[in-house]
Design a protein around this ligand. Structure first.
Ligand code: CA
Length: 440
């Protein structure tokens, strides 16, 4: 995530569970009420950007007990033991000091979040669609070769490129080494940051990039693909054959690296990512949960159908799908398949995955959503989400910690409360629910 890197994203990653918080500054970042979580990262897949779970609030006032120089000396031993050459380490760290802007970004917890439809408006802007169409034409030959090697649709590859870095134009302008050193020194996620920093040093030692050009987001997501260093080491590709995996300055390498990531994440060639659906009256909204997967045929037997009487594509019926309601039962619904899950593995957010797949369709003049979004619903603020969690707990709907994050436990509690009121149990947090609980 570029200049507008959101701490939200990083938080979302840190919590591993989906936190339905969104960032706002950047179109590329998913926003608030981030639909449901549909993903479970497979143990053998290197996430593009997922970091370990560390609660943030309890550490807000903590100060490192070591000096930066002490931390650097400790980390130097670790790096050398892992095979980093002393000369390289000392050269790279010669002028590195902690970056307070990284700490500020890391500690920020925005009060407001953005509705999914506003996020999609930015992610799927006409400007982005047109730019993608131009680039699909400009890189047609490269994309043909990438499709043949990785089996990932060219429009999807370009869509991820567009969301991650606005087609390479917003990669972030922070030194990856300095950002990760700051996060490692500061201590709250030392283990994650040190692991990434070590991987970044390995990249420099391989000669893929120079320290000065190794730029990225404050959280260490690098280049046109926004890969964290460990993901880079596992999956980045030298597609133009010059001997360097250059995800910063070589579009062919960046595009092939995205395709490789999606291939490893389970992308299925020639399968749909999903499609918008209509639900019948009296639908059981407990089924709209990422953990509930059924074949498309089974969903159809439950009355789920395509809008305007359309039919599913031949061969789709046996495929496994989950039902996604990004804005609850009053908004559009989608059946999402394996390629949607691959997108979630790129960036752990169902709003992001929806945006990426719709953008790939927009390049071909499709991907329009038919049902209206419930734009009269204002997303709950962080303080309101915490209040909702506390009120749910007081009413014996267990949510765990009231941390303002609508995760699995909170969603389950919301569904239980909705059922007790005789409402559709979509698990979606609304002002109506908050006010109803306030007045009990
Ligand atoms: Ca290359």
């Amino acid at each position: 995530m570029p200049f507008c890197i959101s701490h939200r994203k990083y938080l979302r990653q840190l919590y591993a569970a989906p936190c339905f918080v969104l960032l706002v500054a950047c179109v590329v970042e998913p926003t608030t009420s981030d639909a449901q979580s549909l993903q479970t990262l497979p143990a053998n897949t290197t996430p593009a950007k997922v970091a370990p779970a560390v609660p943030i609030a309890e550490h807000l006032d903590a100060q490192p007990v070591r000096t930066f120089e002490q931390w650097r000396a400790d980390f130097r031993k670790q790096a050398l033991a892992a095979g980093i050459e002393p000369d390289l380490f000392d050269r790279v760290f010669a002028d590195i000091s902690p970056d307070m802007n990284v700490l500020r970004a890391d500690r920020s917890q925005p009060e407001f979040s953005r509705p999914v439809w506003e996020y999609l408006d930015g992610a799927l802007s006409e400007l982005r669609v047109r730019r993608g169409q131009v680039l699909l034409s400009q890189y047609a030959d490269t994309l043909t070769a990438i499709e043949q090697r990785y089996g990932v649709d060219r429009r999807a590859v370009v869509a991820f490129w567009g969301l991650e870095s606005n087609f390479g134009s917003f990669q972030g302008n922070k030194s990856v080494i300095r950002s990760l050193a700051t996060l490692g020194y500061e201590g709250r996620r030392e283990r994650f940051a040190n692991e990434q920093l070590l991987a970044a040093l390995q990249i420099l030692q391989q000669g893929d990039i120079t320290p000065e050009k190794m730029l990225g987001s404050w959280a260490g997501a690098m280049g046109q693909t926004q890969f964290i260093p460990t993901t880079y080491n596992t999956l980045a590709v030298d597609f133009d054959g010059d001997g360097r995996r250059d995800i910063w300055g070589t579009p062919a390498d960046a595009l092939a690296s995205i395709a490789h990531y999606l291939q490893i994440s389970g992308w299925r060639k020639d399968q749909p990512w999903g499609f918008e659906v209509e639900l019948p009256d009296n639908f059981d909204y407990l089924l709209a949960d990422g953990t509930v997967r059924k074949s498309v045929a089974e969903w159809r037997q439950l009355g789920v159908k395509l809008p305007n009487g359309a039919s599913v594509a031949p061969g789709t019926d046996p495929l496994s799908a989950a039902l996604l309601l990004p804005a609850g039962h009053r908004g559009p619904g989608f059946l999402v398949l394996d390629n949607f899950q691959a997108a979630v593995r790129y960036n752990n957010s169902s709003s992001y995955a929806l945006a990426a797949n719709l953008l790939s369709e927009r390049f071909a003049g499709a991907g329009l959503i038919i049902r209206d979004w419930p734009k009269d619903e204002v997303p709950l603020k962080r303080s309101e989400r915490m209040e909702l969690q506390n009120l749910l707990s007081q009413n014996n709907f267990a949510v765990g910690n009231a941390d303002g994050i609508i995760g699995t436990a909170t969603r389950k509690a919301i569904r239980a409360a909705q059922l007790s009121f005789g409402w559709p149990a979509d698990g979606y947090p609304t002002l109506q629910l908050l006010e109803t609980l306030r007045n009990r």
